[in-house]
Each structure stands twice: as structure tokens, then as C-alpha cells.
Ligand binder design. Sequence first.
Ligand code: CP3
Length: 332
Amino acid sequence: MGILKDCIKNKEIKGTPIWFMRQAGRYLPEFRKIRSNNSNFINLCLNPDLSKEITIQPLKRFNLDAAIVFSDILFIPYGLGQNVEFEKNFGPRLGELDIKSILEITEKDILNKLNPIYKLISMTSKEKILKDKDLIGFVGATWTIFLYMFNKKSPRKTLNEDIYNYPNTDELINKIIDVQKLHIKKQVESGATIIQIFDSWAGLLDEKKKDKYIYEPTKKIVEFTRKLGAEVICFPRCIKYYKEYCDIVGPSAINIDYEVDPIKIAENINIPIQGGMNPNCLLLEKNDMLKNAKKYLTIFKNRKYIFNLGHGVMPETNPENVKILVDFVKDF
Ligand code: CP3
């Protein structure tokens, strides 16, 4: 456990904790090297030796305060028996949504599929490089997982509204919640100290439906995780109601996207804040990048703030810029 968890728990800390979403990934040549020999992304994630190595790769280069488990939110549909593949230049492609077999699948079947992830976490948490640092486990939020299972691919910019008429919505949502809880519990038992909940498509939901699809399920997951003794960071991407979300869902910390005005967030939200800066800033010339970083650090200087981005690191990012940014935040 490290300064990231201390910051979330409102303890006194020195400096600003920092980590990045997608800090392990294609912008790192050492990741691309492993990836080029492992064309099946699912199998790569389920290989604990390789996924452990990938998880710690960014910590070998940069002075980060946490590692995030190298895995994917789509292991929940995968664990439920829906086929999941990752296609080059397309992204995820999911198979038929066979509701009958999904509702029948047992915990034992699910764990049989997901056990390599817990082995990866347990092995990674014992690495020396993580001493005094946090290991972040994660799940996709119920709405985002439901959306992928229904839509079978990323929705891009618009939502297929048929999703609201899916006949087995309540049963499927409850089943997803069961697996989310199981997956979180196993991650925490294996050594994850913090759980992040990614609601990447929260912004696509018709706001009038947020109680059913976002608040009710996410509140359950957050309460469950906090009872386990882990802290929970929520990232409901591109919503316009962050304050109400925090009040109702009750996460330990909130990650903000890059569309929302950080000044308004600082004024209205009292819990620790994470992220915000546009990942494109890492593609800018050094001084412009740092000017943007300084903006976030200044706005949140009297607050518990975890430096991160408003979405994941872009594949085009130069690792040298990541190093400059991390050192700048650490010296600020
Ligand atoms: O470093 C980390 O952040 C840890 C690993 C991680 C991955 N995916 C690895 C990954 C995490 C936390 C995720 C979460 C995830 N996965 C989200 C939520 C965050 C977000 O981006 O909004 C979502 C929506 C997914 C689903 C997903 N996985 C998509 C849409 C894609 C394809 C697009 C892309 O970015 O490549 C993936 C594949 C994926 N997941 C890759 C990685 C490193 C790329 C795999 C490759 O090498 O081709």
C-alpha cells in the first residue's frame, strides 16, 4: 500500500500521487515486443508470467505510484461464456448473447475461466518494484458491460436505442453484478489494494435512465468493495452530473474526463479527484504539455488530487514525454 491509497483515505502525504490509465500498452516498445509474439490478446492477458511483466513495465521506466493489472473489462462477458475477440484496427468483437446459458453459468465455471487473472495479481503484488506502491484492480461498470454484451462491439459515438427494449435486462444486470462482485473479491484477496470502476460509456446513456442503469448497480458494487477494505475510484466518463453521481454512488475518489470543467469540479465535489488532462496533451511539445499539467495541479492544489488523464494514454505517445510529465508532477 502506498501514497495513492493514503491520498484517497485523506491521510497527510508528500507530493501528488500519479499513475495513468493504459500506462501499460502500445506506446511502450517493450509492450509491442511481447504483443508481436502473442497475437491473441485474451490469451496474452491470461498468461500470468507475461501479463505480470507487462503490468510492471511502466514502473520500470517511470516514477509512478501504482501499477494497474494488465487485463480488460471484457473479461466479465468472457467469464460469462460470451465469446470475446480483439481484432486489429477494429477493437473488441463479442459473440452471440445467449441469455439462457449466461443465466445458468456457475461461479465455479466463471472462476475456471478467470483464475489466471488472480494468479497474475497475486504474483505481481509480491514484486519488489511494488513495495510501498498500490496495485489497482478494476472492473467495467454494469452499464458499460451490459452495453458491450448487447452491442457486441464498441458503440463509437451513438447508442443503439434497442438496448432499452432488451427483454431480459433485469436478469442480465443482476447476473453481471454477481460476477462483478466475485471478480472484485478475488482481485482484492489476491492483492489488489484499490479497485477502479470504468463506466466508459456512461455519457451515452439517456440521462433519464441513470437510476436503473448507473446509480443502482454502481452503488451496490461500491458498497461491496468498500466493505472488503479496498478503496474504489469511479470513472463515469463524459457525464454531466459528476456531483450528483458522487453523492449517490459514494466512491472513495472520482476520475474526471477531459470535457468537464475542472474548476467547477473543484468547487462542487469534496472527495479526492483523479485525472482530467486530455491524453492528447502528451502529444504536444514539452512546454505545452507541462502547461496543461500545471493547470490541473494548480486547480487542485488545495485538494486531495491524484494526477492521471481524462482517458487512457494514446498509442502514439512518446514514452519520453511520459517521463518528463511524471518527473514534473513529482517535483511540483
Ligand atoms: O494499462 C491499463 O490501463 C491496464 C489494462 C487495461 C486494458 N483495458 C488493456 C487493453 C484496462 C484498464 C482496460 C480497460 C478497458 N477495456 C476499457 C475501459 C477504459 C476505456 O478505455 O474506456 C474499455 C472500454 C475496454 C475495452 C477495450 N479493450 C477496447 C475498446 C479495446 C480496443 C481499443 C484499444 O484501445 O485498443 C481493448 C483492447 C485493449 N485493452 C488493449 C489494451 C492494452 C489493446 C490491445 C492491443 O494491443 O491491441
